[in-house]
Design a protein around this ligand. Structure first.
Ligand SMILES: [Cu+2]
Length: 353
């Protein structure tokens, strides 16, 4: 199996190269007098966006591989990715493996799109900073057939306290959505698993008696796109400060994931809650909204950028323990710790061997 991690690094490089090729293409057209906006807005052509969307839809039409006795609600290959994230939630967030687990995860997802659905491109990222002041202005959310669908319909609902109502360090007011999405490629998307940690009280409960959201619970995709969140914590300044000011992996990943007690949501949490809804706002089932992968590709890009500022020191730096917020207290994570995506991708160490 060689070095998956190294291939991972190659993936990121390819991704950057692809982007640069695109940018230079746009640069050419810019030099020829085309609109400045093109340089930023359409890194992928409409055709490339459509190919990516079609591959996601294809994955959701293939049979799942997860044993039904583990996750009876899995109905397709896309759900396999949701299930493994649900299953490992407490061991892959606010832990030493947070960044590398999610890097491996999105790479395996990209691999599935390519190998099982004939996708020829790479995983795109979404730079939320570009539209942080008003994400609904972004072509990504305009509800057209080259978007990932738009906001949910308006439903009267209350806001959200982070980390929770008992400890309301950060309050997110209700946004203009909250209901089912109505347009674009994912208008007929069915969310099958969860909810587990739901943020919208009217979402259909999962029948799983263990409260783990594993049973079949088909429902629409709901979003509540929040300019309050993106303008607060996913703007350029948040990303630049994060990369520049947090020079060891532990402080970097802590800042990225949020410092709630001082009222700082963090770029990672902001990327989730700027779309929010169900399953997007659910800590466990968030990959059930295809937005997840555009968000986490951006998180990976931020980490990649940070790593490359000090390649020798930062490429294999690991910090933190192996339990969520070190609760219960546990040992430090190491490069020998294993990342295992079950039916999606076999075990690999954080080091990559
Ligand atoms: Cu996650």
């Amino acid at each position: 199996m060689g070095s998956r991690f190294n291939r991972e690094v190659q993936y990121s490089k390819r991704c950057e190269e692809t982007r640069m090729v695109r940018l230079s293409g746009h640069q050419r057209s810019f030099n020829q007098g085309s609109k400045l906006n093109n340089l930023f807005r359409h890194t992928l052509s409409k055709k490339e966006k459509r190919n990516y969307i079609d591959a996601i839809l294809c994955l959701s039409e293939k049979p799942g591989k997860t044993p039904p006795e583990d996750y009876p609600g899995v109905r397709n290959r896309y759900d396999d990715f949701v299930a493994i994230h649900m299953n490992q939630t407490f061991f892959i967030h606010s832990t030493a493996n947070f960044l590398s687990w999610h890097r491996y995860y999105i790479w395996i997802y990209e691999k599935a799109l390519r190998e099982e659905c004939g996708y020829k491109g790479y995983l795109p990222y979404y730079n939320y900073a570009k539209y942080a002041s008003d994400p609904l202005q972004s072509p990504l959310f305009d509800g057209s057939d080259t978007s990932i669908s738009g906001n949910g319909a308006y439903v009267n609902h209350t806001g959200l306290d982070i980390p929770n109502a008992l400890v309301p360090h950060v309050h997110i007011p209700p946004g203009p959505g909250g209901g089912c999405i109505t347009s674009g490629p994912f208008a007929n998307w069915t969310v099958n698993l969860g909810p587990v940690a739901n943020v919208l009280p009217y979402v259909e409960q999962n029948p799983d008696p263990a409260g783990l959201g594993r049973y079949y619970n088909p429902r629409c995709l709901r979003r509540d796109i929040s300019a309050f969140v993106s303008a607060g914590w996913a703007k350029d300044q948040d990303i630049v400060d994060l990369i520049n000011d947090y020079t060891d992996i532990l402080s970097f990943q802590n800042r990225l994931q949020g410092e709630f007690s001082v009222g700082y949501l963090g770029v990672h949490s902001a990327g989730h809650f700027m779309v929010g809804g169900d399953p997007g706002g659910d800590f466990f089932t968030s990959p059930g909204d295809p937005w997840f992968f555009l968000h986490h590709a951006m998180i990976d890009r931020i980490w990649w950028t940070w790593q490359n500022l000090e390649v020798e020191e930062r490429t294999f730096q690991v910090g933190g323990t192996i339990t969520f917020l070190n609760n219960p207290p546990s040992r430090n994570g190491t490069l020998d710790d294993v990342l295992d995506l079950g039916v999606n991708g076999g075990p690999v160490t954080m080091r990559g061997r």
